[in-house]
Design a protein around this ligand. Structure first.
Ligand code: GLC
Length: 620
């Protein structure tokens, strides 16, 4: 039993070659790597890979873990002061660039070009909100949230809430939570932490991922990880830092983090775009990591649709909320990650099949989402008049949707101007809820057409008091209530109506909203949202989420000093000051894709059925 595991460790270890760019040659390099087997309480052995830093006990004596972090923070303060890339080159992106600030000021007279940010025009005498102070505070908090591994910055803690609520796993570095932190650091020219995060999480990929004797497919990225400082092999005088990942095997509900690998690819591309340093994405181990994620996502299954089939809670909404199947958020991230990966994959024979599969999937996926997930007034009226039980290749109502499914709230909610992508589509089932992240990232990644992207932002404007109200932005709309809440959430007391994932408002979504607005050249929407956030967010201690229909209360079980609320705000501010920086996250359709897509539209795949050479594995 031990041997294959140990050799797997070594394989992985040899492949990773962390600590140096080995090009095509594999080598262990200078960093000492340890591989061992640990026995869990349940008797399962897991293979633990450890990158070791030796610290003498006298250095660490009397330091609690918390104070060790503080010590690390002191080190960090020295290293972050210079805004240069790790190779000493000057950074390419300026922050608060003067020209851009002036643009914003033209757009919004409330914006103070001296760095003061926005004045609050809506406080009815409450006074001016000092945007600059809030921004400074946010940077301080973000830097304090940095987690160190072997003395190097590696990520940010999910929340630094000392108010007494149970810490659960909020003391860990979450992959999805780190993305806005990483983007904020990149835009500020602090590249090391992002590079370290990318390379260390790569080493965790598919590493310890066994639950009750079952191991999911290779390529899975963890949801989160923790840096533990432990005595080295029982020797109390020396300690080592150990990375302890969680692939969902310890998470509440044991949810698989499908979004982690997709976000990792998106951040990797942003790192290359921002720094101009492509050597990270060109490394053999990084290329292998990209391919492993792609293979896992592109693997054949029983599915008939080009969308990714996932279980409930596999993304930001990481508990039961009725989003199993083909949720929009995962599809938007999947599409965006496919485009990013295509840009970064080194052309070589070995990847030809993978690239072919990737290209096919991109076209089929965008057709499927644009066609079947889209609703506006016109489409809603079509669904209202659908015929059902159509058996044929040219059925209009392909998924056999019963018009009675149209919920009464939607009849009022759907504006004459605007539209959106629904939350999920399955046989005889449309989830009509509006999910913010999925819609916004469909704009950013180009899964939605240009017209659809504008229409989504139109809807956000039209439905401002429902989707934004007192704090940007509702995670979804509307909330599940009563019997529906009981059946769909399983009577989850954390997800009661208009709280947490069930219609709660999440300040972190400000950054995705801002990137989408920048792509569509509509910064005024993001500005309005930032003004609103600045009225309360610092005073309320940067909560994780807000409750109630209008987001008036700090969330019932909301953590304070939630890092991605802080980082999300900072990314929004950085992008408003320098809109062109959004390009590191944006992807556009290239002409190849547009051509393939229009061929698909003009051809009726059913007519082509049976034609020799035609292979369309998905329902599009
Ligand atoms: C909550 C959120 C999840 C986030 C985690 C850490 O569980 O639902 O999206 O990653 O907290 O902040």
């Amino acid at each position: 039993m031990a041997l294959p595991e140990a050799s797997l460790c070594l394989d992985r270890l040899l492949l990773s070659g962390f600590g140096a760019n080995y090009g095509k040659q594999r080598s262990l390099g200078l960093v000492e790597l340890r591989c061992g087997l640990r026995t869990l309480g349940n008797g399962i052995k897991r293979c633990g890979f450890r990158s070791v830093s030796f610290c003498r006990t006298d250095e660490r004596k009397n330091l609690t873990k918390r104070s060790c972090f503080l010590r690390c923070k002191c080190q960090k303060a020295d290293s972050v002061s210079g805004l240069t890339a790790d190779d000493g080159r000057p950074t390419s992106l300026s922050i608060n660039g003067k020209t851009n600030v002036n643009n914003v000021q033209e757009l919004n007279p409330l914006y103070q070009s001296d760095g003061g940010g926005f004045t609050d025009g809506n406080t009815n005498g409450v006074g001016t909100v000092d945007g600059r102070k809030i921004e400074e505070e946010a940077w301080d908090l973000l830097k304090e949230s940095v987690v160190y591994y072997c003395g190097n910055p590696i990520g940010t803690i999910a929340a630094s809430d000392t108010s007494g609520s149970s810490i659960l796993n909020y003391d860990q570095v979450f992959i999805r939570d780190f993305i806005p932190s990483g983007v904020a650091f990149l835009l500020k020219g602090e590249y090391d932490i992002v590079r370290n995060f990318i390379l260390h999480t790569l080493q965790l990929q598919s590493w310890e991922k066994t639950m009750d004797c079952h191991s999911p497919g290779q390529g899975l990225m963890p949801a989160s990880f923790k840096v533990r400082t432990v005595p080295l092999d029982g020797d109390d005088s020396v300690t080592e830092d150990v990375l302890d990942p969680d692939f969902g095997e310890a998470a509440i509900g044991r949810v698989a983090p499908v979004d982690s690998g997709l976000w990792w690819i998106i951040l990797l591309r942003a790192y290359g775009k921002c720094t101009g340093d492509l050597s990270v994405q060109e490394r053999v181990d990084v290329q292998t990591g990209i391919k492993m994620i792609l293979k896992l996502c592109l693997a054949d299954g029983f599915d008939m649709f080009p969308t990714l089939l996932v279980t409930d809670g596999s993304c930001m909404i990481d508990r039961r909320m009725g989003i199993h199947g083909h949720p929009l958020e995962i599809q938007a991230l999947f599409y965006s990650a496919l485009l990013c990966a295509r840009e970064m994959l080194a052309p070589e024979d070995a990847s030809a099949d993978l690239l072919r599969a990737l290209n096919n999937r991109l076209v089929a996926l965008s057709f499927h989402i644009r066609e079947y997930y889209w609703i506006d007034m016109k489409k809603l009226n079509e669904i209202y008049r659908y015929k059902t039980e159509e058996y044929s290749y040219d059925a209009v109502n392909k998924f056999n949707i019963y018009p009675d499914q149209i919920p009464s709230w939607l009849v009022d909610f759907m504006p004459a101007r605007g539209g959106y992508l629904i939350g999920n589509l399955q046989p005889a089932h449309m989830d009509f809820r509006f999910f913010s992240l999925g819609n916004l990232w469909s704009i950013v990644g180009g899964l939605a057409t240009v017209d659809q992207s504008h229409a989504i932002l139109d809807l956000v404007e039209e439905k401002w008091s429902e989707l934004v109200a007192d704090m940007p932005l509702k995670i979804c709309y509307p909330a599940l209530e009563g019997q529906e809440w009981r059946i769909i959430t399983g009577s989850d007391p954390k997800n009661t109506a208009w709280s947490y994932h069930n219609g709660g408002s999440w300040p972190t979504l400000l950054w995705q909203l801002t990137v989408a607005c920048m792509k569509m050249n509509r910064p005024e929407i993001a500005e309005k949202a930032v003004i609103l956030a600045e009225r309360r967010i610092s005073r309320d201690k940067w909560p994780e989420y807000y409750d109630t229909r209008r987001a008036r209360f700090i969330g019932k079980q909301s953590r304070l000093f939630q890092t991605w609320s802080i980082a999300g705000y900072l990314v929004a501010k950085l992008l408003l000051a320098n809109p062109s920086a959004a390009k590191v996250l944006i992807t556009e359709e290239d002409s190849e894709l547009v051509n393939a897509f229009s061929c698909m539209l003009s051809a009726n795949p059913r007519r082509k059925r049976g034609q020799k050479g035609f292979k369309q594995p998905f329902i599009i």
